[in-house]
Design a binder for this molecule. Structure first.
Ligand code: ATP
Length: 893
């Protein structure tokens, strides 16, 4: 079916007939199915998911396991077969836990990847649809607009001023202009201006194109090196934790030597002391940390998805938690993006009110209290103009939705509603005045022009931001009057557009806006209301309480922006708004000096967004910035957390951003920040717990060795505590839910240590108590003549009980473990139950007794051990109580 890669040389008719598609209707669903079966899904050969055996094998590739294997071999060589067996058993239990947990993390990351996959707009069966790019087939008719990313190679069949950035394919940074005419057979790839390629994106214009190849048959598909999906680099926190892990491992080796030397000096049997030294070394290696980190980030991502934020880069999960400034768009993010034209101002100064709301075209026009006559020529010219310079359409109520809906840009749909309310028959008008040229709207120029023909007559309509339209009008007195009228409308928080028509018929749009200079006449201003989203006000308050400052960055008028920012609490008393023109004039120092007081940047063009991000970052702020257009990509990529809009955002913005908000709502960004803080906090809990357990064991053992006691724990028991007691609960700490006060404290610094001053205090309390309890108990039992195996078993059990209570302690830095709902974290409850069950097996079953050198503990002793272990909990409870008396609202993990 493919004519050997020469689609560019064929006529449009031939392209369509070879691909058997009617370009005006697209493929039918049945044809798509057949083609999908023939060509397969439109996918590049991704880095394949790791097979299970690799996941299992990777569990054995760690320093901890190497140490244990060496220890097993040495034990076996010394004839200690049971010890060797236990070590191997523990290694396999560890691998089992690790495989299960990594599988969980990998599955969730993979499912998130699928969620953030590329979408394409196609024309199928006579209707426009948005589909997953993986479902594209040869013959599909693509509908392209600025900001779309191409998911397949295609031949252009129709286009208006289409420009494509092919940087990803050719390295050429300037966009390439495209056209639809056939080219010579041997035109090189880079010059095939009638073709568009997968992995490139549309920077301007509109077009239709027929897909010629998909998947591996595309040009990118042929370049193997590009096709492997890049792995996420390590996040800053991951890097720091890895570094921390290395230090601990080095510490573990020192400890190993210290124990061997002390044991040797004390004359203890080498076999015993060697095993103890190995077990201790293992206790210090923080093997749970890496897994906890991976799972923490993956779980954080999943929780964010539930709250409508899709994180595309793992690093963003933790950066979100440190965000100090959220720069947000206005339209659609803070407001509902449901426009209603409520006011129009005419050249003769009349102010017309428009009744009705939403996209329901019922309502009327009133000037003063009088209805405006349908034949009022000034109003008719204005309403016809806005209906012509318009790409939107209105959808009447149907079975799916009982309300009128807007298809396309809501600003334009609202203008259609306005025209209908004045009695304009839109379809008849658009049929009579066929459009033959246009300059599409873009947020840099903030203007849109269309040219229409009816017989020999030509009409050129322009609409856009008032100061831009007015600048093209000749009449300066009129300009001044309209600028004041614009400001008056903007004070009412209305979004204002000016509408004008060319007075001269022979305007050539090929020359751009210059062709219009001095040749247009204003038809009026329209003011649109776009109500704020209900939940935003509360979200803004939450931000402020959390030490995060929201800043509005809008393309709209400064006065409109400020009015809405005041309504929502974003602009405080004394805050100012700066517009794009002023920003351009501002030297960098002045900008930085006044950043604290600017809460609205208005009429900014996308390049200025980048400057704002960089200025804020230079002040040490961690910046989240929203964006939707193709030109927002640089700012999104530079911001610490670029946030793209899922509904209105272009594919290009989405791929540049680190996070996508699926409902375009500001409140969802704030929720994501909250979840980001939770991930950091939970990781802090894990580090604290791992640290506390290791210190407990090391200190008890060293005390015994140095003070001349026999070994308080057998080596295999130390191993058990490390791998099983700890392994069953540590990672589950990461599943802790929100405590509710995450957004009541200041953002943690980007590089803030996970173990801060407060954690050190807690460590002191927890470790101090458990070492005193365990060592005191051990001393007491020995001194009352209890047999050594029973003393060891009881000390071993007490140590395990202390760790179980410690896990409960670590759940919250401030809240009591007794009142704080324990059953909320089922993972932890499950882990504790499993840990308990396994421990009982070790203490009460005969084969395990032999392996772990334990003996059954009398039941009465068991209660005593439980009560003593709980002292660790009580000590921490007292600290929390004292803290809450001192600082009623303290909150940090
Ligand atoms: P935000 O950046 O906060 O989402 P915005 O949506 O108002 O704000 P833009 O979409 O860039 O920003 O619009 C900027 C201005 O351009 C608007 O205030 C309006 O005057 C004008 N404008 C918006 N949409 C159109 C359009 N479809 N045709 C012509 N002019 C438009």
């Amino acid at each position: 079916m493919t004519p050997d890669n020469s689609w560019h040389a064929l006529s449009l008719k031939d392209v369509c007939s070879i691909l058997s598609v009617d370009a005006s209707r697209g493929l039918t669903d049945a044809e798509v199915q057949l083609r999908l079966a023939e060509h397969g899904p439109n996918l590049l050969p991704e880095a394949r998911q790791r097979p299970l055996w690799r996941v299992i094998a990777s569990q054995f590739a760690s320093p901890l396991i190497y140490i244990l294997f060496v220890a097993a071999v040495i034990s076996a060589a010394m004839g200690h077969w049971t010890d060797a067996g236990v070590i191997l058993l523990v290694v396999f239990i560890n691998a089992g836990i690790g495989t299960f947990q990594e599988g969980r993390a990998e599955r969730s990351v993979a499912s998130l990847r699928r969620l953030s996959s590329l979408k394409s707009r196609v024309f199928r069966d006579g209707h426009e649809r948005i589909i997953e790019a993986r479902d594209l087939v040869p013959g599909d008719v693509l509908v392209l607009a600025a900001g779309d990313a191409l998911g397949a190679d295609a031949r252009l069949i129709h286009g208006a001023a289409l420009e494509i950035s092919e940087a990803a394919l050719t390295g050429e940074s300037l966009p390439v202009a495209k056209q639809t005419e056939p080219l010579g057979e041997d035109t090189p790839l880079a010059d095939r201006t009638n073709m568009v390629y997968s992995a490139t994106h549309v920077t301007a214009g509109r077009a239709r194109a027929v897909v010629t190849s998909t998947g591996q048959a595309t040009e990118v598909g042929k370049i193997a090196s590009l096709t492997l999906q890049a792995k996420d680099p390590k996040t800053p926190l991951e890097q720091r934790l890895a570094q921390f892990g290395k230090w601990l491992t080095a510490g573990a080796v020192v400890l190993f030597l210290a124990i061997l030397i002390t044991g040797y000096l004390r004359g203890l049997p080498f076999g015993d002391i060697f095993m103890v030294a190995v077990s201790q070394m293992v206790s210090v290696v923080p093997e749970g940390l890496q897994v906890a980190m991976t799972i923490g980030l993956a779980v954080g991502m999943q929780r964010m998805v539930r709250r409508r934020a899709l994180v595309r880069r793992l690093a963003a999960v933790e950066t979100l938690g440190s965000t100090t400034i959220i720069c947000t768009d206005k339209t659609g993010t803070l407001t509902r993006n449901e426009m209603t034209v409520t006011v129009a101002v005419l050249p003769d100064g009349r102010r017309v009110q428009i009744t009705g709301s939403g996209y329901n075209p019922e309502g009327g026009l009133l000037a003063g209290d009088q209805p405006v006559a349908e034949d009022d020529s000034a109003v008719r010219s204005l309403t016809e103009a806005v209906a012509l310079c318009n790409d939107a359409s209105l959808v009447p109520p149907d079975a799916r939705d009982s309300r009128w809906r807007a298809l396309g840009d809501p600003t334009e749909a609202a203008l259609l509603v306005f025209a209908v309310k004045h009695g304009v028959d839109i379809h008849a008008l658009q049929r009579r005045w066929q459009r033959h040229a246009e300059i599409p709207f873009d947020s840099d120029s903030k203007l849109m022009v269309t040219q229409h023909r009816c017989g020999n007559a030509i009409r050129t309509v322009i609409k856009g931001a008032p100061e831009k339209v007015l600048a093209l009008c000749g009449d300066s007195a009129g300009q001044q009057r309209f600028l004041s009228a614009t400001e008056a409308l903007a004070q009412e928080a209305l979004r204002v557009l000016a509408v004008a028509e060319a007075t001269h018929e022979s305007v050539d749009l090929q020359q751009g806006y210059d062709a219009l200079g001095g040749r247009i006449q204003l038809l009026g201003l329209v003011g649109q209301m776009d109500p704020p989203r209900e939940e935003v006000k509360a979200a803004v308050e939450k931000c402020l309480a959390a030490g995060i400052r929201p800043v509005m960055v809008t393309g709209d008028h400064q006065i409109t922006g400020l009015a809405i920012a005041r309504m929502l609490g974003i602009a405080r008393e004394g805050d100012m708004a700066v517009d794009g023109a002023k920003l351009d004039m501002m030297p960098e120092q002045d900008l930085r000096a006044s950043l604290d007081r600017i809460s609205v940047f208005a009429r900014v063009h996308p390049a200025q967004k980048l400057r704002i991000v960089e200025a804020l970052q230079a002040q040490g702020q961690v910046v989240a910035m929203t964006g939707d257009g193709v030109n927002d990509a640089p700012a999104l990529a530079t911001a610490d957390v670029g946030v793209a809009m899922g509904m209105t955002g272009t594919e290009v913005a989405k791929s540049a951003a680190k996070m996508v908000i699926t409902d375009d709502n500001f409140a969802s960004i704030v929720h994501a920040v909250e979840e980001g803080r939770l991930v950091r906090r939970n990781l802090g809990k894990v580090v604290l717990f791992l640290f506390a357990t290791s210190l407990d064991e090391v200190l008890v053992l060293m005390l015994a060795l140095l003070l001349g006691y026999p070994l308080p724990l057998a080596a295999v028991q130390i191993l058990w505590i490390n791998i099983v007691t700890e392994g069953t609960v540590t990672v589950n700490l990461i599943m802790e839910g929100l405590e509710g006060d995450e957004m009541k404290c200041r953002p943690p610094k980007r590089n803030e240590a996970l173990i801060g001053r407060e954690s050190l205090n807690r460590l002191l309390v927890m470790v101090g108590t458990s070492v005193a309890v365990v060592f005191g108990f051990f001393h007491w039992r020995l001194s009352t003549g209890v047999s050594h195996p029973l003393v060891q078993t009881e000390t071993f059990t007490l140590m395990a009980v202390c760790q179980w209570f410690n896990v409960l302690n670590c759940r919250s830095a401030t809240k009591s473990a007794l009142t704080f709902d324990v059953f909320r974290n089922w993972w932890l409850v499950g882990g504790l139950l499993l840990g308990n069950l396994l421990h009982f097996l070790v203490v009460y079953t005969e084969p395990m007794n032999r392996l772990f050198r334990t003996v059954p503990i009398p039941l009465a002793d068991f209660f005593l051990i439980g009560a003593l272990g709980s002292l660790v909990l009580w000590a921490e409870e007292i600290r929390k109580r004292l803290l809450s008396m001192r600082l009623p609202h303290s909150a940090s993990a």
